[in-house]
Design a protein around this ligand. Structure first.
Ligand code: NAD
Length: 302
């Protein structure tokens, strides 16, 4: 398939970046955001999509695929660190949608850990585009821990605020602007199902996201708003090279260690179509409360 070339390039294990979140423009090899063989078909024509953490990695690929499918895209990024990735994402979306009339894309700088910021993001998107049809809660923070004791209260708070509090804050404010037929998609992780000793706090938040997805789906079923999740396996993104996210000795073999039958990391473009599927009422109108598993073949019974 089209991404094989990029996946065949070995990962340079000595490319840890000094900050969180990581940045895509410094990664080598670069993640593959778009499969050149992908054939869009207006599955999200005219929909307004808000994607948190959409400047890079999985969120960037989702932004591209949603734009290719006809959606108007707004995404968030972290100012001062991710500006270059944000510019590249905006530029590419404009290229992908060249010649198309209508609004967008927009990038919004924010820190999703705090409710007032999430409200401002929602207000800006609604102010510019009139509503929200697709909300993707995707921003995430990961830091490995070799012992339980090193999980400080500050780190725990950062992990939980970024990975699960933000989901509550975003839906709390976005729901007022979401009509029947809207879709909410949350980025969980394979580690929610299989655990990961060095990701005790992170995997706990991802488990919370799965339960959040299921409970919220039941809560919103009468409003005909579908809520689903995607639980990727190891995907080559800036998260993996950001400061302290992955033990350095594991980076060089990322995705090819145990637990991945395909024996390679996935690319963002191999995950984004799951989001398209769940966002599209043509594709997944009978699905809510479910999680898709683009993870290289791991059986998770989820
Ligand atoms: P990424 O670094 O490209 O994306 C993470 C994004 O989170 C960043 O772009 C950043 O904008 C955002 N973010 C982090 N802290 C933030 C904060 N305080 N405020 C606002 N935004 C913040 O990496 P990615 O791997 O594409 O991550 C996207 C999602 O996928 C995350 O939820 C991650 O947990 C999940 N995930 C990734 C993998 C993987 O192997 N890469 C596997 C399973 C799940």
């Amino acid at each position: 398939m089209a991404t094989d070339g990029a996946q065949a390039q070995p990962i340079d294990g000595a490319q840890a970046q000094p900050q969180q979140p990581g940045v895509e423009y410094l990664m080598h090899p670069r993640p593959v955001s778009i499969d050149p063989e992908y054939q869009p078909s207006n599955k999200l024509q005219g929909k307004v999509a808000l994607i948190t953490g959409g400047d890079s990695g999985i969120g960037r690929s989702v932004s591209y695929y949603f734009a290719l499918e006809g959606a108007v895209v707004a995404f968030t990024y972290v100012a001062g660190i991710e500006d270059k990735d944000k510019d590249e994402t905006l530029k590419t979306i404009k290229e992908l949608t060249k010649g198309r009339s209508g609004k967008g894309p927009i990038a919004i700088a924010t820190d999703v850990r705090f409710e007032e910021n999430c409200k401002k993001v929602v207000d800006q998107v609604v102010g510019e585009f009139g509503g929200i049809d697709i909300l993707v809660n995707n921003a995430g923070y990961q830091h490995f821990n070799r012992t339980v004791e090193e999980i400080t209260e500050d780190r725990l708070e950062r992990t939980f605020r970024t990975n699960i509090y933000a989901h509550f804050f975003m839906i709390k404010h976005a729901l007022a602007h979401m009509k029947e037929g809207s879709s909410i998609i949350n980025t969980a992780s394979q580690v929610a199902y299989q655990g990961a000793s060095w990701l005790l706090d992170y995997s706990s938040t991802k488990g919370a996201i799965v339960a959040f997805t299921r409970s919220l789906s039941q809560f919103l079923v009468d409003r005909k708003i579908r809520v689903n999740g995607v639980a990727p396996g190891p995907i080559w993104t800036p998260l993996q090279v950001s400061a302290g996210a992955v033990p350095p000795e594991l980076l060089a073999t990322f995705g090819s260690a145990s637990g991945v039958p395909m024996n390679r990391p996935g690319q963002p473009c191999e995950v984004a179509p799951s989001f398209v599927f769940l966002a599209s009422n043509q594709m997944s109108s009978y699905m809510t409360g479910q999680v898709l598993h683009p993870n290289g073949g791991a059986i998770v019974n989820g």
